[in-house]
Design a protein around this ligand. Structure first.
Ligand SMILES: Nc1nc2c([nH]c(=O)n2[C@H]2C[C@H](O)[C@@H](COP(=O)(O)OP(=O)(O)OP(=O)(O)O)O2)c(=O)[nH]1
Ligand SMILES: [Mg+2]
Length: 315
């Protein structure tokens, strides 16, 4: 049987204060009935994703999109069809949304989304909605005062909200001591902290998650940490992306996009290959390798969650 291919545009509509997202409940008489969804629907054959989304949001909610940005594209195999969800983050709209088709609609705080049942295809979308566009990876630093000053600067001046503590030169006790301080700083600024390395590190420091090296990623048979923590991993090719999906990573970095001074011998992916790899990834992907915040919009346009960087944030 050749499966039907369905192309759907959907919206994560963000509240003005950036804290809430609008979800709707699918009527009980349609497929996935009773589950919650991001408003949207099937594209007509002649429509682009954004055109179809504008029409759907008008029809379903009575709002007009004013500012939207691509969030994530998700391919998912349901038993009876192959679905492509083309999801946009809507930052500004006109009108007061209401369920024009009688469906329930609700503004929900980002961290309460996990309490709502969504169709199976939505898991990567839920992750993408909760993640920022920028992922800071800390630089090597031998001096603790300078480390704290650099991290504080990034959290305050750059507004970074997602941090990976990478410190390959520290021994275990020095790493954990730094992690403790980094966690305090991140908490003070409403940022999340992932520890780089052995998942066991979470037993000592109650950080928000773990970032796996690609080497560690490839050795794992299953997700090494609980669902309520975040799991990210470094990937460089399709095989590693597939493995990240297999063990249930919440998001990944994919690198190197450009050649970098730290890895001059590695051939860069470039935007074209990057886009091809991201299209089939099962989770949000951050572009890494020579990226700055000026690349974030382009990264989003080719399907990424945003950019990850050491140098652009570590001053
Ligand atoms: N809108 C939307 N659809 C989703 C989500 N997740 C998910 O699996 N889907 C599936 C359910 C449906 O099979 C398909 C969307 O179709 P739909 O029922 O919204 O289509 P539509 O608005 O054009 O409605 P209709 O005219 O066909 O009745 O995508 C989601 O978050 N939002
Ligand atoms: Mg719909």
């Amino acid at each position: 049987m050749v499966k039907r291919r369905v192309h759907v545009a959907a919206a994560a509509i963000i509240s003005e204060d950036g804290r809430k997202v609008l979800i709707a409940r699918r009527p009980s008489n349609v497929d996935h009935g009773g589950l919650w969804e991001f408003p949207g629907g099937k594209l007509a054959p002649y429509e682009t994703g954004l055109e179809g989304l504008k029409r759907e949001l008008h029809e379903e909610l009575g709002v007009e999109i004013q500012r939207a940005q691509p969030l994530i594209r998700v391919h998912h195999e349901y038993a009876e069809k192959h679905i492509l969800l083309d999801v946009w983050q809507v930052h500004a709209f006109a009108g007061e949304p209401f369920g024009r088709e009688g469906q329930a609609v609700r503004w929900v705080a980002m961290d309460e989304l996990v309490g709502y049942p969504f169709p199976a295809a939505n898991l990567p979308i839920l992750r993408a909605v909760m993640l920022p566009t920028e992922y800071l990876i800390t630089g090597e630093e031998s001096d603790e005062a300078r480390f704290e000053a650099s991290l504080t600067r990034a959290l305050t001046e750059d507004g970074v909200r997602l941090v990976q503590l990478r410190a390959k030169l520290l021994d275990e006790s020095a790493y954990l001591a730094r992690a403790e301080r980094a966690l305090t700083l991140c908490r003070e600024h409403g940022a999340r902290l992932l520890l780089n390395g052995d998942p066991e590190r979470l037993e000592h420091i109650d950080a928000d998650g773990i970032h796996l090296t690609s080497e560690r990623l490839m050795k794992l048979e299953r997700r090494p940490i609980a669902e309520d923590k975040w799991l990210s991993a470094s990937t460089h090719d399709r095989r590693q992306l597939t493995q990240a999906g297999h063990i249930g990573c919440d998001f990944v970095t994919l690198s190197p996009l450009r050649t970098t001074p730290s890895h001059p011998e590695v051939a860069p992916l470039g935007w074209h290959d990057f886009q091809q790899l991201v299209e089939r990834a099962a989770m949000p992907v951050f572009a890494l390798g020579g990226m700055t915040r000026f690349d974030a919009n382009h990264a989003r346009a080719v399907g990424a969650q945003g950019i990850a960087s050491i140098r652009d944030f570590w001053k």
